[in-house]
Design a protein around this ligand. Structure first.
Ligand code: NAD
Length: 426
């Protein structure tokens, strides 16, 4: 490990703000060479190159100049052990499938596998055909409190799980709009005139109404109740509120005569989704990105013996909590049940994004390649979690009708075993 010829050859497609986080984590490792990067934005590329120069590592090959330049990257001489994709959502499917067709056996993609339900099927089928691993980089599965609760779930403290909640409750108004230069805080431009996510993410709020970003909430929940591994999502329905927040934000920052004040946003400010599971659990998810509010993923894990809620930082375990009917400070429990992964690697997480959890998602991808084993989150997980978006759009379109989940595993969910974070290795 560490010698030049044993280092993994990794490429990154998309070195925007998120891709640069992953780049930093990879540059920090001595078991990886970032051999190629691709982007179409000069400013993002120069930020990435600056980070590489600062790290003292060798400058990778740079592919740019066209939205199809990534195809050349995949054909590079010398091959690739893995590809990491951190581009806008609509590029994930073609880039994943392109990587698989180029013979790459490990593909990591940022969250959201595809746009339509068919996209999700296409990626699953391509991964099966090429016998390759597609891992979605769902980092919240590795959040310290989320993992401590996983530890508690697995040790039976909450009893049998009954109901779970989560979501994406994040005021994105300063992400969806900016002045084309600074990512946060100024301006009400989007599309061509926007920078980073304002360039592309906001269009999805114009044209789509559904839970556009389900994976940070559903990923941890799916681990708690073993989705695709003894359990599965059966049905879903979604409800949407009216859309006010984005329009109001534009008027407040740019005035009533700003051209964007005429844009009709389709995305309801709050989209609420309910999911029914084969194991008899229900899930409630909320997508809430257009209104003023502090960040919260709103987790609730409730079983026959107790409950965790992250908003009030409380845990209650019947018979063990200090007083009946009263919350314990969750910290006491979370410290006691700290997951072995965090206990082992917390030093390495220092400086990694989102409170350290970003370290683990990259670590697990890289360690899986080194060991030539399946990634701890696989293409079936990615498809089931991401499919919530098109299914919620469909439910809303049909007047909140309940719609069925496809079974991407083709019945294998009954036999597959949990593999996520079973040890302290990765
Ligand atoms: N897991 C997390 O915590 C987290 C946080 C932020 C973003 N994300 C996800 O990461 C992904 C990227 O988001 P971001 O914030 O970095 O956005 P961004 O706009 O900053 O970066 C996207 C990059 O992709 C590049 N790009 C677009 N089309 C391309 C093409 N055809 N070929 C090559 N490069 C292309 C853009 O030029 C840009 O640099 C999204 O899926 C987003 O949802 C996840």
């Amino acid at each position: 490990q560490g010698a030049a010829d044993t280092k993994l050859k990794i490429a990154i497609i998309g070195v925007g703000l998120r891709g640069q986080n992953h780049l930093d984590l990879l540059l920090n490792r001595n078991d990886v060479d970032v051999v190629a990067i691709c982007d179409i934005d000069e400013r993002m590329l120069s930020m990435a190159k600056e980070a590489i120069t600062k790290s003292g590592k060798k400058m990778p090959e740079v592919y740019t100049g066209s939205t199809e330049a990534w195809k050349k990257l995949l054909e590079r001489k010398g091959g690739l052990d893995g590809v990491l994709i951190a581009t806008p959502w609509e590029w994930h499917k073609p880039m994943i499938i392109g990587s698989l067709e180029a013979g790459i056996k490990y593909v990591a993609t940022e969250v959201i596998l595809g746009i339509t339900l068919q996209d999700h099927w296409d990626v699953v089928k391509a991964a099966e055909k090429h016998n390759a691993h597609v891992m979605m980089l769902e980092n919240v599965c590795y959040r310290r409190d989320v993992m401590a609760v996983l530890n508690m779930v697995r040790q039976g403290l909450f009893g049998e799980l009954i109901h779970l909640q989560g979501g994406y409750q994040h005021d994105l108004r300063e992400v969806k709009f900016n002045d084309g230069v600074n990512p946060y805080g100024h301006g009400v431009e989007f599309g061509e005139k926007g920078f980073s996510e304002a360039r592309w993410r906001t269009e999805h709020s114009v044209h789509r109404n559904g839970d556009l970003y389900p994976t940070h909430g559903i990923g941890p929940i799916a681990q708690y109740i073993n989705i695709n591994r003894g359990n599965r999502f059966l049905t879903l329905n979604s409800f949407s509120t009216k859309a006010r927040g984005l329009h109001n934000h534009i008027v407040k920052g740019g005035g009533e005569n700003h051209p964007n004040a005429r844009v009709n946003f389709k995305l309801g400010d709050i989209v609420t989704t309910q999911i029914n599971c084969a194991g008899g659990e229900t899930i409630l998810l909320q997508h809430d990105t257009n209104l003023p509010r502090p960040y919260s993923l709103g987790f609730r894990v409730q079983g026959t013996n107790g409950i965790w809620m992250d908003v009030n930082k409380g845990i209650y375990i019947e018979g063990q909590s200090a007083k009946p009917h009263q919350w314990d400070d969750a910290k006491v429990w979370l410290d006691k049940y700290d997951h072995p992964l965090w206990a082992k690697w917390s030093k390495e997480t220092a400086g990694a994004g989102h409170g350290g959890m970003d370290f683990f998602v990259i670590h697990s991808f890289i360690e899986s390649i080194k060991r030539k084993v399946p990634t701890p989150m696989d293409v079936y997980d990615a498809a089931a979690w991401s499919a919530i978006t098109p299914l919620s759009e469909k439910s809303i379109e049909l007047g909140n009708e309940t719609v069925e989940f496809p079974d991407f595993t083709g019945g294998q969910w009954m036999y597959r075993k949990p593999v996520f974070a079973l040890t302290n290795e990765f």
